[in-house]
Design a protein around this ligand. Sequence first.
Ligand code: ZN
Ligand code: ZN
Length: 333
Amino acid sequence: MFRSCGFCNAAFDGDGGPSGLGVGRRIAFDEWKGRLWVVCPRCSRWNLTPFDDRLERIEAVARVASQGRILASTEQVALIRWEQYDLVRVGKPLRVELATWRYGERLRNRQRERMKVVVPLTVAAIGLGIAANVAAGGGFGVIVWNIHRAVDGMYLWIVGRRKVTLVEQPICAHCGSLMELRARHVQHARVVPDRHADMAVVLSCPHCKTEGAQLTGSEAVQVLRQGLTYLNIRRGGRRRAEDAAREVDQVGGADQLVRDIARRELTLNSLRPERGLALEMAVDERAEVEELERQWREAEEIADIADGTLGTATEIENELRRLKNAGGDQPSG
Ligand SMILES: [Zn+2]
Ligand SMILES: [Zn+2]
C-alpha cells in the first residue's frame, strides 16, 4: 500500500489533501509528464504515486495550487503553500534547477539527521570530557574536537550498518556464503556493462572480500541506492546538488552517465565525490522513468483488453519514446 516511504520506510505524514491519496503533506506534481509524488517527511525523497487515476489527482492538486501562495520559485519549479499542504509544482525544468529542489533538500535533511545524533552525544560526551580533562590537565579544545569526530564517526557507522533490503540475498560464487549486505559493503561494488540489462552491479562479498555476485535490473538499482546514500553521507563536505546535476548534464544525461561509469568499471568508492552524487541522482531518475514505462505498458494492456481493440504498436512505441525522452536525457530549453 502507498502508506510509507519506499526508501526509508517512514510513514507518510498528512492526509493527501486535494490529491485524494489519503497520505502526504508535501506533494509534488508535474502536469507536463503526468507525475505525482509524495515527499517523505523523514528522508525527503520523492515517492512516485501509483498510476491509477493519477491524472485526475494531478489535476485536482494543480487546481488548488493555483489558489495557493507561492513561497518560493525558480523558473520552472515552485513551492506553493495551500492550507497546511506544501505543493511542489514542476514545470519543464532544466536538470540543474530540478536537482536543486529535489537533491538540495535531501542533502540538507541528511545534515539535519546527522546533527540530531551527533550534537546531543557530543554535548553529553563533553560533560564527561571536562571531568577527564581536569584530571589529566589536557587542552579543552582538543578534547572537544576529538569527541565530535568520534561521535560523527559513530553516526557513519550506524548508517553504514543498515541492511540492504533485497528479495533474495545473493550467494557468493567464490566462498559460497550468503552475502548479508550492509550499506557500507556496497562501496566496493562496481557498476558494469551488461548486454541484457540496463543496470548491472558486481558485488564484493563481505565475507571473503572477493567479487562474488552480479545483480541486474531493479535489484542492482536497490543496492546502488542504499550504497550510494551511505557513500555520499560519508564523503560529506560541501558538495552541492547543482554540481552533481551539472556533472550529469556534462556527459549528456542520466543514461550516458551510468554507461560511462560502467565502461570504466571503477568501484563506487573510487568515483569522484560529485560523480558519486551524480550517480545517485541518475539511478533515481532512471528508476523513476522505468517505473513510469512499466506502469504505462500495464495501463495500455488493460485499456486494450477493455476496448477489445489492440492499440497500434506504433502508438505505444511513440508514447514510450516520449516518456523516455521526457525522463530528461537532454535538458530542454
Ligand atoms: Zn523516506
Ligand atoms: Zn565470498
